[in-house]
Ligand binder design. Structure first.
Ligand SMILES: [Zn+2]
Length: 123
């Protein structure tokens, strides 16, 4: 299947109108998978469904949140994990495992989230 500029333009319009990928595919005469793949390559914004948008209100915070840093602290995208923390721990279950099961000689390689480690290396 070939994505002509015309098809791509139609894809973008339908995408922004919030049509489902299946519907876009039907209208353009391509498979749903082709639509999804093309949208991904075009880096089109994922569209929250109306249902999810309505439920977007933050859940009630029950307890301490995971303090595991995610991303580069110098970046605006930096944030904390904020999953519910394991009892008595500063991190969620998954991050506790990462924090407390360092072994071997390459501990520095394993520390931090993957993104942070990569950013540090690149810097
Ligand atoms: Zn966490």
């Amino acid at each position: 299947m070939t994505w002509t500029p015309d098809l791509v333009a139609q894809l973008k319009v339908l995408w922004e109108q919030g049509e489902s990928t299946a519907e876009i595919g039907r209208r353009l005469g391509v498979s749903k998978n082709a639509v999804v793949g093309k949208a991904h390559r075009l880096a089109l914004q994922a569209r929250p469904s109306p249902i999810r948008r309505r439920r977007a209100a933050k859940p009630v915070v029950k307890g301490p949140r995971c303090q595991w840093p995610i991303g580069d602290p110098r970046s605006v995208e930096f944030r904390f994990c904020e999953e519910e923390a394991a009892p008595g721990k500063p991190y969620c279950e998954g991050h506790c495992q990462m924090a407390y099961t360092r072994s071997g000689s390459s501990a520095s390689e394993r520390s931090g989230s993957g993104a942070a480690a990569a950013a540090t290396k690149a810097a």
